[in-house]
Design a protein around this ligand. Structure first.
Ligand SMILES: [Zn+2]
Ligand SMILES: [Zn+2]
Length: 350
């Protein structure tokens, strides 16, 4: 009995530490988004996912993190981030042409899956996959260290947080959010999302929420997602490591550093959910609803059905020599987030 529960605990800990924003963060982004979906968009998404529960987006929000760990899904690891080759803390910036690797990045992935989810010529399972990727990647993009190449997005910056030895990236993904809500379950995510929605509707975020989606356009995804990435990347210089990485490696990041960062974490989770809701509504209203109407008219007028063209694929990027940042990612197997289980460290420490 004792060894059984320990086994369960350890496996859960390992699963829990490999997610970007952790399971909690991604589920919270998803619940915020669900709040803002129109009823037509929600029905469409539930149909695509085959899930009519109250947690239809939250249930699949971390699927992409599990998928990239499988041999079939390894190719997708690079799509969880963009390695901005800037110079924090003095200079933060994202340049899509400079920073999106040859195997793709979060920005190209959002462009690709925005197109695919609304294509109408893909199989049900490919459409479902596209929606699951979109829900996840719009969340990843708002985590500042997913828009940064420095020390492999902070994965190689060893720190101490709340008595545990871990790395700066996993503290931002998982441990600081979990410290805030004191949990990591779907119901914790739901109540965090409820409080963020309240901030958007009538609290601290009310005045700025409109600016989070200003200019967002599904007809120019690269420009839109690049703006999202630049917005998050700016926090690397101002909040994540304003005095450089070395300053974070002395002493415990709790409570002083945590207190300086947690407001930005809440902002970015709220922003990710608000953007995702708006993005899916735009996809539904300008692609899906329009296409359904056109095919209705076409059928009614008995026009000959056009032969479906092959679905477009990810455009092939020109091969370029690997940058230092890309070589560092290669050394991490192209992953976004170190999968070191903190529970293991915990065991070693005690
Ligand atoms: Zn991550
Ligand atoms: Zn991810």
């Amino acid at each position: 009995m004792g060894s059984f529960s320990k086994l369960v605990f350890v496996s859960f800990g390992v699963i829990n530490t490999v997610n970007a924003w952790g399971v909690l963060g991604h589920a919270t982004v998803a619940y915020v988004a669900q709040h803002y979906l129109s009823s037509d968009t929600a029905s469409w998404a539930q149909g695509v996912l085959g899930d009519t529960s109250d947690s239809y987006l939250a249930n699949i929000a971390s699927w992409a993190d599990q998928y990239r760990l499988t041999s079939a899904g390894k190719w997708s690891a690079a799509l969880h981030y963009i390695d901005a080759q800037d110079n924090p803390p003095s200079d933060c910036n994202v340049d899509y042409d400079r920073d999106c690797g040859d195997s793709g990045c979060s920005i190209s992935a959002i462009s690709n899956y925005t197109q695919r989810v609304s294509d109408g010529r893909l199989s049900a399972s490919n459409t479902e996959e596209a929606l699951k990727f979109l829900v996840h990647f719009l969340g990843d993009l708002t985590q500042p260290l997913h828009d940064e190449s420095y020390e492999v997005g902070g994965n190689d910056i060893d720190v101490t947080f709340d008595g545990y030895k871990d790395n700066l990236h996993s503290d931002w993904d998982t441990y600081m959010p979990e410290k805030l809500v004191n949990g990591s379950s779907l119901s914790d995510a739901q109540s965090w999302a409820d409080s963020l929605v309240k901030e958007i509707e009538s609290g601290d975020f009310k005045a700025q929420a409109a600016s989070w989606i200003e200019g967002d356009s599904i007809s120019d995804v690269i420009t839109t997602a690049s703006r999202w990435a630049s917005d998050a990347n700016a926090f690397v210089c101002t909040v994540v490591m304003p005095d450089g990485a070395a300053a974070l490696q002395t002493g415990d990041l709790y409570p002083t550093y945590y207190n300086s960062a947690i407001g930005t974490i809440e902002l970015q989770i709220a922003k990710g959910g608000y953007r995702l809701g708006n993005w899916l509504n735009s996809i539904y209203s300008s692609k899906i609803a329009k296409r359904d109407f056109e095919s209705f008219v076409e059928t009614r007028d008995a026009a000959p059905a056009a032969a479906p063209a092959a679905a477009p694929d990810l455009s092939v990027r020109e091969a370029r020599p690997l940058s230092r940042a890309q070589l560092a990612r290669e050394a991490m197997g192209g992953s976004c987030c170190k999968s070191r289980g903190r529970e293991e460290d915990h065991e070693h420490q005690h």
